[in-house]
Design a protein around this ligand. Structure first.
Ligand code: CTP
Length: 130
């Protein structure tokens, strides 16, 4: 049983999120997703997500390609989460390329190409402009 782990905010769920989750799941037998907490986002981006954590978690856990979801409460705990879920691979979009290489003694680290032209930030901007 190969467990894959990935992390993200997944705010205003979009096709880029679906694509990476499906592709991550296809690399193994079980996909575990760490959904970052509201507090973490407030700290990182100086704003709350549009969808708060309970709703973001509920959306992700209903996806067919996702087996387990947990709340990521600290950016410093990734190694603990990898061990806790016994993950054999950490998968992230390639906007993170190189930033998680130091986890390679614990598990494979795989960066997948981002879906072009869409992001939560661009959706929020489009809505604002319209
Ligand atoms: N992702 C992707 N393709 C996109 C957007 C996101 O593959 N077009 C991936 C990211 O690389 C990450 C995961 O989806 O591994 C969660 O990303 P997240 O930061 O929640 O989404 P973004 O749309 O990038 O959000 P933001 O604009 O707020 O940074």
């Amino acid at each position: 049983m190969k467990t894959i782990i990935t992390f993200g905010t997944f705010d205003v769920f979009h096709i880029g999120h679906l694509n990476i989750l499906r592709r991550a799941r296809a690399l193994g037998d079980r996909l575990v997703v760490g959904v970052s907490s509201d507090a973490l986002n407030l700290h990182k981006k100086a704003r709350l997500p549009v969808y708060l954590q309970d709703q973001r978690i509920r959306i992700i856990e209903e996806l067919k390609c996702v087996d387990e979801v947990f709340l990521e409460e600290s950016l410093e705990l990734k190694a603990d989460y990898i061990r806790r879920f016994n993950a054999q691979a950490l998968v992230m979009g390639d906007d993170w390329r190189g930033r998680f290489d130091h986890f390679s003694p614990l598990c494979d680290v795989v960066y997948l190409t981002r879906t072009p032209t869409i992001s939560t930030t661009s959706i929020i901007e489009t809505i604002k402009q319209n």
